[in-house]
Write a protein that binds this ligand. Structure first.
Ligand SMILES: *Cc1c(COP(=O)(O)O)cnc(C)c1O
Length: 372
């Protein structure tokens, strides 16, 4: 029986190898390695992919993209930013880079996304922004979120690191809030061959601020209009992303197709994380909930089936974030989900037969367990 990895980029590389190597060679011989034609071209192409009016600013990572978007919105020390604790740690790292304090809203058990019914209780006089995380590629209803904020001066900055191509009522995530952040870490729906990220904003003024912050606060040469950092996407990563972006729509339909296969083949008693109503999930991850998750995971591994847990530890209970003052029990749904979630193998090059095998083995494991 062949092994099923949880993710594999090598097959994608083999398919695009010639084009990628040519693109890299072109950059290296161009005489321009930083903020040249590749980065500019990628920014325009990604804005078109989002088909929103607005501007993209290519940066060095998803974490930086989120931090820069927050800074551009004026988030800083003394401010509070509401987000969730079942996300990847970098969501919270980005908030802390600005000096602001993260405030955690519990999540919905069915969608694993911010529970918008609980959001109003998380808002206070210091709330400067909300960071909805489109976790797993599932979509937070940003329209409803905006209505809940009720015209208060609170910014919405979407964490789209796992959701390239997801949509809410036909509109791309990343164009729904005031600004947004994408990651091109190799495992994401669109992956570079190293670190890379991008901020987007429909608001030209915010985009212009993000562009300054990306490079020392410069507008012209050698003159800081404001404080900034160094977080430029480099030309080589941009060239690779320019080769891969035209394939993203295909990768997404493949992910959605494989997710439908899982939907059909998994034992109906297995709880799936539900896609948001009126949304198109981007299926960065296909996640189920299982009692006795760790034993099931080990048994799958024994049969050569790799799985992931995204994520095993809620952030508010991690040692590094103890200073925020949360205790066990503070976010009951977040905490119970972390013990039950399991990400099944899913990547565009995966075959249907591999999905069938995962489902066969998993269904059989649960049948044996339930009759034992
Ligand atoms: C990957 C990820 C990030 C951070 O992106 P990097 O490019 O690794 O810095 C932020 N938020 C979420 C939800 C992520 O999955």
């Amino acid at each position: 029986m062949s092994a099923v990895p949880v993710f594999d980029y090598l097959e994608q590389y083999r398919a695009l190898r010639g084009e990628i190597l040519t693109a890299i060679e072109r950059v290296l011989s161009s005489g321009r390695l930083i903020l040249g034609a590749q980065v500019e071209g990628f920014e325009d192409a990604f804005s078109r992919f989002l088909s929103g009016t607005g501007e993209s600013v290519a940066v060095n990572s998803g974490t930086d993209a989120l931090a820069i978007a927050l800074m551009a919105c004026g988030v800083g020390p003394g401010d509070e930013v509401v987000t969730v604790a079942n996300t990847a740690v970098p969501t919270v790292s980005a908030i802390r880079i600005t000096g602001a304090i993260p405030v955690f809203c519990d999540v919905d058990l069915q969608t694993a996304l911010m529970d918008l019914d609980l959001l109003p209780a998380c808002l206070g006089p210091r709330t400067k922004a909300v960071v909805p995380v489109h976790l797993f590629g599932n979509v937070v209803d940003v329209e409803r979120l905006r209505n809940l904020l009720n015209h208060q001066e609170i910014r919405i900055i979407e964490d789209c690191a796992q959701a390239h191509g997801a949509r809410l009522r036909g509109q791309s995530v990343g164009t729904l809030g005031d600004a947004s952040a994408f990651s091109f870490y190799p495992t994401k729906n669109l992956g570079a061959f190293g670190d890379a990220g991008l901020c987007f904003s429909p608001d030209q003024r915010l985009a212009a601020e993000m562009r300054k912050i990306r490079m020392y606060g410069f507008e012209g040469a050698y003159y800081a209009e404001r404080e900034g950092i160094n977080s430029r996407m480099d030309e080589v990563q941009a060239a690779i992303l320019n080769v891969k972006l035209p394939h993203l729509a295909d990768y997404l339909s493949r992910r959605r197709h494989l997710a439908r296969c899982y939907d059909q083949l998994l034992d109906p008693r297995i709880h799936r994380i539900s896609p948001t109503t009126d949304a198109e999930h981007a299926y960065h991850l296909y996640v189920v909930r299982l009692q006795g998750r760790d034993a099931v995971r080990a048994a799958l591994q024994e049969q050569g089936i790799a799985t992931g847990i995204h994520y095993p530890y809620p952030i508010h209970l991690m040692r590094g974030y103890r200073f925020l003052g949360y205790r066990e029990g503070a976010l009951p749904v977040t905490e119970s989900l972390s013990g039950e979630i399991l990400s099944l193998p899913l990547y565009p090059e995966m075959g249907e037969s591999a999905v069938e095998r995962v489902c066969r083995v998993l269904n059989a494991l649960l049948r044996t367990r339930d009759t034992a």
